[in-house]
Ligand binder design. Structure first.
Ligand code: C5P
Length: 238
């Protein structure tokens, strides 16, 4: 069964507490990103964990292997469930992250790789000296991550069916974690997302975790919005 993760795209601890209170038991998994973590520090993870929720710590780590290894261990000690790194940190960095997480046994966070930021286009790749086409680059970065021990990737719901096929073949029997933002219920405001899919479409295509922000946080009734998305996901999984 796929998980629903609500993106805590809010600036302060008070906003987090208000969101947790509003959504109550309709949501049990939250994403904490750079803005919130930089403002509030690790205490914000503790607040969400103490509310009994799971945490996706989305800091997109990219540094030398030893630093990433230690940052992953710090995240694991906070009890986070998912963490992100950049594939472009290279083999040794990816392996360091995966091995650092694995040392925590059953409490290990899953390590997810960002293949290519969705803000990049082909001309950005050229600027970086990368000559292959974007889809081939995304596939190669996903394969690099999974073969070096990452648990999965973050990808667009439009890419997830293909990436599931490609990465599952490379994962040697491990289940690949496929986290997709860019999810919009049918008829919802798309906002600045360009390549969206519905919750049921994302689940059918193999997403294991859906990250949703504004369709829940900006809804007139956030609990009803969260429950409707959950119901659509569950129906698609049958
Ligand atoms: O409000 P919305 O549902 O668009 O929020 C989606 C969340 O997923 C945001 O936190 C956004 O930063 C994140 N995200 C994304 N697209 C990516 C990577 C992350 O929308 N490619």
């Amino acid at each position: 069964m796929a998980d629903l993760i609500v993106a805590l795209d809010v600036p302060t601890r008070n906003d987090v507490i208000a969101t947790l209170n509003t959504l109550g038991d309709s949501v049990d998994f939250y994403k904490i990103g750079l803005e919130l973590f930089t403002a509030e520090g690790p205490d914000i993870v503790k607040i969400v964990k103490d509310a009994g929720k799971r945490v996706f710590l989305d800091l997109k780590l990219h540094d030398i292997p030893r630093t990433v290894e230690r940052a992953v261990a710090s995240g694991a000690r906070l009890g986070v469930d998912l963490m992100t790194i950049h594939s472009t940190g290279g083999k040794a960095m990816i392996r360091a992250a995966a091995e650092s997480a694995a040392a925590f046994g059953a409490a290990a966070p899953k390590i997810l790789a960002v293949t290519a930021l969705t803000s990049l286009d082909q001309s950005d790749l050229t600027d970086l000296g990368i000559s292959r086409e974007m889809p081939a680059h995304v596939e190669a970065m996903g394969l690099l991550a999974v073969t070096q021990g990452a648990d999965g990737i973050v990808c667009s719901p439009k890419e997830v069916a293909n990436m599931k096929r490609v990465l599952t073949a490379a994962a040697g029997g491990r289940q690949v974690v496929l986290v997709t933002p860019g999810v919009r219920p049918a008829g919802a405001d798309v906002g600045d997302q360009k390549r969206v899919a519905t919750p049921s479409g994302a689940v059918r295509d193999g997403s294991t975790h859906l990250v949703v922000g504004r369709p829940i946080l900006a809804a007139a009734d956030p609990v009803a919005a969260a429950r409707a998305i959950r119901a659509e996901m569950d129906a698609a999984a049958v």
